[in-house]
Ligand binder design. Structure first.
Ligand code: 13P
Ligand code: SF4
Length: 372
């Protein structure tokens, strides 16, 4: 991994948890309403305790945009989330990511240069005017800009179905436009799960591998697939398996399995419910006391849900699940470092998207907001 984040000094790395907590508290109080600390659901508890709002990536970016009076937005999440927040907040607001190494391996799987190259390759074999690019919000600002420039839209795990419905023009009468197809970036699983939900079958889809010429597809496949899926995935969610679902069901025949749509399709089709992090939280809330629930998503969120519902038996679907290692990079030491920087008048780790990229990415983000 390229190290983007410089090492913090000893006053941070050697400080005890209690000392860091006291310093964060003091800095936050000194900054008052000029700072808003946002935390994604996958953050660790020692960070979540300082946040003014928690949520999924889009809800957090919207939260930032709805507080134009706030000067500094400290985004405890990953890089693409901070970029989205920068794109949709006003010019007087600055977004800060406490650790620059908090990236997203899935977003990194779709390099904008590779996406351009793929588009050029596709245009040599098919009429790309009929191909609608959709990118999951877990993508770089440059990929969002590419999608905006080519008439497509961003989507989240909550609205992927609505966005794909729009792209394939299904709303008009239920039948897809014969000449319309989707190029879905960068998560093949969310794309596949959404297409299955809309009634498509495996034969309507093809996986585009950016490391191979024409994605490793024959011209006919590239031309005829209704949904072309970029070969990307989330390394955390790809770990969930059919065997884990079966083992849970064996031990808990009346239990519930709830998973995130970044999980493989074989897992999603065996689950009782599938949806975004907010959806998972709400489903557990709705379940009756005593319900046994296995959750297929990042472990910090599963643990937090378990603590919030002592009357239910909540477990991780994967007993050995690892955390999202990039989300985990945000810790109290880095949070303290950026907040103390602001108190001293120094803006550390500001995330900015250049205006040309931001303008096109905003088109794709606003299209999503209008459609969902
Ligand atoms: P949500 O936007 O559903 O919170 O998911 C973000 C993410 O990175 C899931 O892995
Ligand atoms: Fe990216 Fe997966 Fe981590 Fe979400 S859980 S931020 S998709 S690597």
């Amino acid at each position: 991994m390229i190290r983007l984040q410089k090492r913090l000094g000893a006053t941070y790395t050697e400080a005890s948890e209690d000392e860091l907590a006291a310093r964060i508290g003091r800095a936050k109080a000194a900054l008052g309403e000029s700072v808003l600390i946002l935390g994604h659901h996958y953050q660790r508890d020692e960070v979540i305790r300082w946040t003014d709002a928690t949520g999924d990536s889009l809800a957090l970016a919207r939260h930032a945009a709805s507080h134009p009076e706030t000067r500094w937005i400290v985004f405890c999440g990953v890089h693409f989330m901070a970029e989205s927040a920068d794109i949709i907040t006003g010019p007087g607001q600055a977004v800060i990511l406490p650790d620059l190494n908090a990236g997203c391996s899935m977003a990194d799987m779709a390099d904008s240069g590779d996406v351009e190259l793929a588009w050029n390759e596709l245009s040599a074999v098919t009429d790309v005017d009929t191909v609608v690019p959709i990118t999951y919000v877990n993508s770089t600002a440059k990929v969002k800009a590419f999608v905006g420039a080519h008439g497509g839209s961003v989507c989240t795990s909550t609205n992927a179905r609505a966005i794909m419905t729009w792209a394939l023009d299904l709303e008009a009468g239920g039948d897809p436009r014969r000449d319309s197809s989707v190029f879905f970036l960068p998560d093949q699983h969310l794309g596949r799960n959404t297409a299955f939900q809309l009634g498509y079958s495996a034969s309507d889809m093809a996986v585009y591998d950016p490391r191979l010429d024409l994605g490793g597809l024959a011209e006919k496949q590239a031309k005829e697939a209704t949904v072309l899926l970029w070969k990307g995935h989330c390394s955390v969610h790809q770990r969930f398996t059919v065997e884990q679902v079966e083992a849970f069901r064996r031990d808990h025949p009346s239990g519930l399995v709830i998973v995130h749509p970044e999980c493989p399709h074989e897992v999603v089709e065996r689950a009782d419910a599938t949806g975004s992090t907010n959806f998972i939280i709400n489903e557990v809330e709705k379940a009756a006391a005593g319900t046994q629930i296995a959750i297929g998503t990042e472990i910090h969120l599963v643990n937090r849900i378990r603590s919030a519902h002592p009357d239910k038996e909540v477990v991780s679907l994967d007993p050995l699940v690892c955390p999202c290692s990039t989300m985990f990079r945000i810790d109290p030491a880095h949070l303290c470092w950026v907040l103390e920087g602001l108190v001293d008048g120094e803006v550390r780790n500001r995330i900015t998207v250049d205006e040309e990229t931001a303008a096109l990415a905003r088109v794709a983000l606003e299209r999503m907001l209008a459609l969902s």
